[in-house]
Design a protein around this ligand. Sequence first.
Ligand SMILES: C[S@@+](CC[C@H](N)C(=O)[O-])C[C@H]1O[C@@H](n2cnc3c(N)ncnc32)[C@H](O)[C@@H]1O
Length: 298
Amino acid sequence: MTILTHHHGAVAKLVHYLSLLCRDPVELDDRLCARVQIKTQGDSCAYLYPTECWHDAVERLASTLGGELHSILSEVTLSQIESAVLSRIDKLPTDRPFALFFNSILSLARFCYVACRLLKPTTVAETGVCYGAASAFLLQALEVNGKGHLYSIDLPPLHRNPHQWVGVLVPPSLRSRWVVKLGTSKRHLPALLREVGPVDMFFHDSLHTYSNMSLEFRLVEQYLSSLSLVVADDIDGNAAFRDWTARTRPNIVSCIQESDKQSLFGFAVNLTDGAREVSAGGVSLQSGQTSTRPVIQL
Ligand SMILES: C[S@@+](CC[C@H](N)C(=O)[O-])C[C@H]1O[C@@H](n2cnc3c(N)ncnc32)[C@H](O)[C@@H]1O
């Protein structure tokens, strides 16, 4: 029975690939390259980051950006979006294309809300939407701010109706500030940035390979506004976030252990002349080290 199901899955995948070959050979090439990248980079490049606890990191962010953290954390709109997303998750059908661990619930999604409320961005760019847990929190924060748009890029799953799954957790009432482009970040991010830049906040949560993360960081860095925030999920699979922050030297860098998932997310704040004052501190990522297996620092 298991063999039959496995066989059926492999045939379905092959059919999707063949139809993609006719419809969109560039996307097929992107998907195959991603598979090769995942196979070749694998876990061998896992990176040990020094971590900070969620509350300390968020306090530091708030003191840098000068916001009222405690009132933001107790906003009713934060608990409302949390309940809305959780209840939508409960209603996802069992034959959904992605497992639930793909959702950035809840520590990262909450971070996205708080960061977006503190920063009050005009332009937020995101790669990797999936069901849209983080997008929902970002859009809720933009709505409370009363300004800003979220521009997202997502490569939907190879599935019968792939588009129907992208962002299903985002309540319809929050979608007016949202623009979604379907396809890989490699293909869409350059044009998107040219169209909407400068970017105040960038959130990476797409393909977590060294090459793809480095490419996204490199592309976005040219468009970051004078006060900007870059957030990246699953940074510990490779050293892309360390290498990028070592080269660009943001004013604040932090890596946080996710409470609901065995991985880390990181953020970097960039302030250039005229931006709000920099608070002291910052974690040096140089003290991390590469590991031959995925190691989580608790
Ligand atoms: C980890 S999930 C995103 C989770 C999401 N941020 C959330 O809050 O639940 C990764 C998503 O990125 C998409 N993806 C994978 N490779 C991609 C690529 N090269 N460009 C854009 N999206 C990609 C996946 O199909 C999936 O929807």
